[in-house]
Design a protein around this ligand. Structure first.
Ligand code: SF4
Ligand code: SF4
Length: 437
């Protein structure tokens, strides 16, 4: 994610593909269907056909569907001997398609209509919480109404239990200025952490404060990742500029996120806005300060005085962390540093879980087939904690646990670290992990 290309630059990248087929071994959609249309080289070829004038962007419904079925997981990019950036090519294809055909309804309603506006997202979260708490969800599920909505009805399965408070609402009780400060940190509370997984954001802030960070949490907008994935670069740039202004006004030493998607997108603001006369240098300053929280904790060696936690944990690599930022060791180092916690690797830990932002809602059948493979690999570990560093993956994996009837909890490494770290600094306290949150 990050950079827009001119048509000439796009063509150069498309022409790098020599159709060697190496991407077949790793592309999740191809591994599920075995269909040549579902692999990276075919998606690259479809874009090439348009550049050769055989079709117009968005003209052929099936071609557009094949491009839209890409998870943007970068698994193909990581192994491609010709260095073809398939995910970026697909995003460009989506951009040109929407320039010809207009924004698809989902992107217009969900991304521009809701995720671009914190107040609307807060309202939506409250409505979903009422729907869940009142028991209305069970009535609707039993009524068969969701089946009438076909694929849209399936999206309801994915909803996590909405928290009583957003992270923003928790801040007055959470933020504590440290006696002495090692680092001025801006914690970037993206949409999913702020509204859906405030418990993860709270744990991350507690860990940062336990390590003498002075934490500020300015109100920010969506990082723009969902908009970019759909090819809506202009809205992504607008959001990026607002975030740069709000965050840099705090004069942070470091900008931290515990959402793999946010940190990956924030690190690429410099590429996204590199050609902008006003925001070019500011975006470079911004991106240079961004750290994923796992990365920061290990870099600083903040893994002392940890109390034992009981449990067996396995770790799922979010695409935006493993391939988006090359971070696979840091979360594992954190989990292995917690005494008593047994870390067991699952097969294909770095394979996409099928969540991929809104993919589960837009492509429910493919998403579920990919998820089932992930859950099968998780079951093989015998672990009862499934750790991951992205709220979008957490949402998908929690659905996987419900779907497969497993007794397990999905936790961010920061939730485990906060538990261990706080118990370790309160002598005599017995530490336990718990699925109750
Ligand atoms: S691995 Fe790269 S060069 Fe080979 S077919 Fe796939 S996209 Fe093309
Ligand atoms: S980004 Fe992922 S889903 Fe898309 S073509 Fe590459 S491997 Fe397949």
């Amino acid at each position: 994610m990050g950079k827009e290309y001119s048509l000439q630059e796009l063509e150069k990248r498309i022409l790098r593909c020599n159709r060697c087929g190496t991407c077949q071994d790793v592309c999740p959609t191809y591994r599920i269907t075995g269909n040549e249309n579902d692999v990276a080289r075919s998606r690259v070829r479809l874009a090439r056909l348009v550049l050769e004038g055989k079709y117009q962007w968005g003209e052929e419904e099936q071609l557009t569907a094949n491009l839209n079925a890409c998870l943007l997981c970068k698994a193909c990019v990581a192994v491609c001997p010709a260095n073809v950036p398939t995910d970026e090519i697909v995003m460009e294809a989506r951009k040109y398609t929407q320039q010809r055909k207009g924004l698809p309804p989902f992107n217009r309603i969900a991304y521009r209509g809701v995720f671009s506006h914190n107040k609307r997202l807060a309202l939506l979260t409250r409505v979903i919480r009422m729907y869940q708490k009142s028991g209305m969800n069970r009535v609707v599920q039993r009524s068969g109404f969701l089946k009438l909505l076909k694929d849209w009805g399936k999206a309801e399965d994915l909803l996590p239990p909405m928290p009583a408070q957003s992270l923003g609402q928790m801040l007055p009780d959470l933020l504590r200025p440290p006696a002495s400060t090692t680092l001025r940190v801006v914690f970037f509370a993206g949409c999913a952490i702020n509204f859906f997984y405030s418990r993860i954001g709270a744990a991350s802030i507690r860990v940062l404060q336990a390590n003498a960070c002075q934490v500020a949490v300015p109100e920010v907008g969506c990082c723009g990742g969902p908009h970019q994935s759909g090819g809506d670069f202009s809205e992504a740039m607008r959001l990026a500029k607002g975030n740069i202004d709000r965050v840099l006004a705090q004069r942070p030493d470091v900008i931290v996120s515990d959402c793999a998607t946010c940190s990956s997108v924030l690190k690429e603001y410099a590429a996204l806005l590199g050609n902008d006369a006003e925001y070019g240098p500011r975006s470079a300053e911004f991106s240079a300060k961004v750290r994923d929280i796992n990365e920061l904790i290990v870099e600083k060696g903040w893994l002392r005085d940890l109390a034992p936690l009981a449990g067996r944990v396995s770790y799922h690599d979010p695409c935006h962390l493993a391939r988006g930022q090359g971070i696979t060791a840091a979360p594992r180092t954190i989990l292995r540093s917690i005494p008593g916690l047994e870390m067991v690797e699952m097969r294909e830990a770095d394979m996409c879980c099928g969540g991929a932002g809104s993919y589960g809602a837009l492509h429910p059948d493919m998403s579920r087939r990919i998820l089932d493979r992930k859950m099968g690999n998780f079951k093989g570990t015998g672990a009862t904690i499934l750790a991951t560093s992205c709220p979008s993956c957490a949402m998908q994996l929690e659905y996987g646990i419900r779907r497969h009837g497993l007794t397990a909890s999905v936790m961010h490494p920061m939730e485990l670290l906060a538990l261990s770290c706080e118990k370790g600094r309160a002598p005599g306290a017995a530490a336990q992990t718990s699925g109750e949150r």
